[in-house]
Structure formats: C-alpha cells, structure tokens
Design a protein around this ligand. Structure first.
Ligand code: FAD
Length: 404
C-alpha cells in the first residue's frame, strides 16, 4: 500500500508510528513533526513539569534512538497542503512527500482570547512544551496570576501556581468549575479544595480587557465592572481542532475532521485520529470529538491495526484524568445526559465517586481519589454492563464481585 505518512507527532501520531511497527508494518513510516522537540507527552505540562525542575527529556515518549531503530523517519517540518489526486504532501520547507496512506494527527490549538490587549507578552496559553517552559519561568518570578477559564487546564495550572506561592484568581463565565465536563458534585468538591488552597474563583463574569502599564500586564477588567490586579494572565478557554489542512484538500469537516467508524475520511487513503477527529461512534450512536490521551492513543492503535490487516470499527471507551493540587480526578464513560447521580464513598474525607445514570443504566463514573471505582468502571463499561443505582449507593456492595 506504500508509505504511511503521519501529519503531527503528538500523542496520536507517535502512537500510530509505534503501533504500526509493533504490528509488523514494513514499509516506510514518516512522522512529520512541527514542534522542534522530540515527540512528547502533554499532560505533565500543566502538572509535574510545570512544577518541577526536570528538563524536556523527562517528557519524551522515546529517545531519538527509538526512531532510528524502528526506522521511523521523524521529519522536522510542517505539512502545508495535500494533493489527493497525486497522493503527495507539500511541506513548509518546500520539500514534498508521497504517501500510500496519510494519517492526519494534527491535534488542536488554543482558542485565543478576543479582547483588548490580549496579545501582550504577559498573556499566556498552555498547549506546548514551549508554553509550559515559558510559564515555569514566569511562575518563578510572578506574584499574582489571573487564570481565565475554570476548565481542566486552567484549574491544574491554578493549583500549581498556588502551590508555588503565587496569588491566584480564576475567572469563569459559568456558575461552577468544569461545568461542561463533570457533575455538580465533583465541581462543588473541586471548588472547595481550590478555595481551601487560597485560590479565589469568580463565577458568572468575563474578562473584558487586559490592563497594562506600557505593555506590562497589571490586571484585568471584568464584565461586572471590577478590576483584578495581576502580573500574569493565563488563558484556558478551550481549543479548536486543526482541520484546515483537511478542509483545504476538500475533505468534509465540521467540529473536527469527519471520519467514519474506521476513522477514515471521505478519501479512502486518508485517516484522521486524536483531538482533530470527529468520529462516528457505534458505542454512543453519534459523532464525537474528544480531547484525551486515551482517545488519541486508542484511535492510533485502531488505525495501525487496520493498516496491518485487522480493520474493526473503533469502539474505545473514553476515560480521562486530571490532577489538581493533591486531588486525582478520574472519569470513565460519557456522563452527559444523565438523569440520576449516585454518590459512593465519603465526600467529607475527599474520596468519592459520582455514578451517573440515564434511565437506570450506568453512563459513566467520575471519581475523586477513588482509583478503584474508576478501574471498576473501565472494566464494567467496556463489557457494556451496568450495576443498579441502589448497588452503587450501597457501600457494602462488592464492586469486584460484580465484574465476575
Ligand atoms: P496533539 O498532542 O495536539 O498533537 C498534534 C501535533 O500535530 C502537534 O504537535 C501539532 O503541532 C502538530 N501539527 C498540527 N498541524 C500540523 C501540520 N500541518 N504539520 C505537522 N504537524 C502539525 N489528556 C488526558 O487524557 N489527561 C490529562 O491529564 C491531560 N492533560 C493535558 C494537559 C495539557 C496542558 C494539555 C495541553 C493537554 C492535556 N490533555 C490531557 C489532552 C491531551 O494531551 C490531548 O488530548 C492529546 O495531546 C491529543 O493528542 P493528538 O496527537 O491528537 O494531538
């Protein structure tokens, strides 16, 4: 079938190259990497790496030798266009690459703030190693940071900055933290933990402009007329999938690059995986675009299997984690659309799970410091099974026993 070229060397791109070789794929693999670092893990960028002292090498999936040994061509360049008829890619350097199969693993980029002075140097985002590196330095010398957006990345960053001794204010338009992603039970717990750490969260307001003194950030103005002081602003208001390459090549895109159950685009020679892919999910019966390591790596494994002769619809079970201060939040399944939430464990002791149900059937579990519940959920939901809400609520009910 000819060479496999992978555009983007993030979690999905790296995993795809590694899995193809693991599965015995013997033709050329080229991984086009536009980031100027060996492929690396993103989750630590807002957690351990931001807090710690280790160098970039601690984040790399594999050392350089791996790519050499596995004959994966790691090409430091950027794909700029796709000629589908000729099966040829143009690169930013002016070079071109022929493909037998092309995999778009272009990920997502930060949604930018569109308010006055948002382009000042003291307004920062967090997506790449370079972003995290710059923020490490700013945290070391900063005193007061304002975080815009109380989503996962905003809160992880806030917890780290606070642990480093900075004053932290978080500004969130919604009425609770992580409102789009978790139940009110988890939001409430998280809010009280952040408040106990000394982080102030302002709900129901928006930042309307960045204030500055000769270009140096001094604070923000809020939609309710207040002003907050700061020497650093960190923006975490979500991401946009990188679909332009696909769209310009005439492939259908919507809230992501549209792919079918096999993760194939409308062109049988082009797949899309990871954060950029809007895929048809047999498990959930609709289109999904997820932003998680699980989604990126499982997509990659599924496409690698297909390209080495084992084509199956992708049916991965979503799961995710977020470390915020001392707390580990873990989620499995998709909890949107629930009509009943059952709490298991001890909220007061900071270790509990929210079991989310729809019409009596378990949709997913959100856990705080309850890894056992999370692992249980991964096994139960992967087998398309459920336990009743009464069983979930009953502390004496044996979860392990329910798996046998
Ligand atoms: P990416 O990792 O974004 O990789 C895409 C790559 O493609 C990038 O390197 C990009 O520069 C490159 N690219 C784009 N266009 C081109 C082009 N035209 N040519 C060549 N290259 C191109 N997930 C979790 O499950 N748990 C967590 O705790 C967690 N924490 C996170 C913390 C942070 C700070 C961030 C930013 C993300 C976190 N995530 C977490 C999300 C997770 O990292 C992403 O879902 C995952 O990286 C998606 O992988 P991907 O390969 O699809 O995209």
């Amino acid at each position: 079938q000819g060479p496999v070229i992978i555009a983007g060397a993030g979690h999905a791109g790296f995993q795809l190259a590694a899995s193809l070789r693991q599965n015995g794929f013997s033709e050329r693999i080229a991984l086009v990497n536009d980031e100027g670092h060996l492929p690396y893990q993103r989750p630590p960028l807002s957690k351990a790496y931001l807090k710690g002292t280790g160098g970039p090498d601690t984040l790399m999936f594999r050392p350089e030798k791996f790519y050499h040994d596995q004959t994966v061509d790691l090409i430091a360049d950027r794909v700029t266009s796709i000629d589908r008829a000729a099966r040829k890619l143009a690169l930013a350097s002016g070079a071109s690459l022929d493909y037998g199969h092309l995999v778009l693993a272009t990920g997502a980029r930060n949604r930018l703030l569109d308010i006055p002075n948002a382009n000042l140097d003291g307004v920062r985002y967090l997506r790449t190693l370079d972003d995290s590196e710059a923020l490490r330095h700013r945290i070391a010398s900063g005193q007061h940071v304002i975080v815009i957006g109380a989503g996962f990345i905003g809160l992880e960053f806030a917890a780290t900055a606070r642990a480093k001794g900075l004053e932290v204010d978080v500004v969130e338009l919604a009425a609770r933290v992580m409102a789009r992603a978790v139940t009110a039970e988890i939001s409430e717990f998280s809010q009280s933990q952040h408040a106990a750490a000394g982080i102030r969260i302002h709900f129901g307001v928006q930042v309307t402009s960045i204030e500055n003194d000769g270009g140096r950030v001094t604070g923000v103005s809020l939609s309710d007329g207040r002003h907050l002081q700061a020497d650093l602003v960190v923006v975490g208001v979500g991401v946009l999938p990188n679909v332009e390459l696909a769209a310009e090549a005439g492939l259908p895109v919507a809230a992501g690059i549209i792919v079918d159950e096999l993760l194939l685009t409308a062109d049988p020679n082009i797949s899309a995986v990871g954060d950029c892919a809007l895929y048809a999910s047999p498990r959930f019966g609709g289109s999904l675009r997820l932003e998680s390591v699980q989604n990126a790596t499982d997509h990659a494994r599924s496409v690698a299997a297909r390209l080495t002769g084992d084509a199956k619809p992708y049916d991965g079970l979503p799961w995710f984690w977020s470390d915020q201060g001392p707390d580990k939040l873990q989620m499995v399944g998709l909890t949107t659309g629930y009509d009943q939430v059952v709490v298991r464990g001890d909220r007061g002791a900071g270790a509990f799970s929210a079991f989310c149900y729809k019409s009596g059937r378990l949709l997913g579990i959100e856990s705080v410091n309850r890894a056992g519940d999370h692992m249980f959920g991964r096994r139960l939901l992967a087998a398309n099974r459920s336990i009743t809400p009464e069983q979930a609520a009953d502390a004496s009910f044996d979860l392990k026993g329910a798996l046998t």
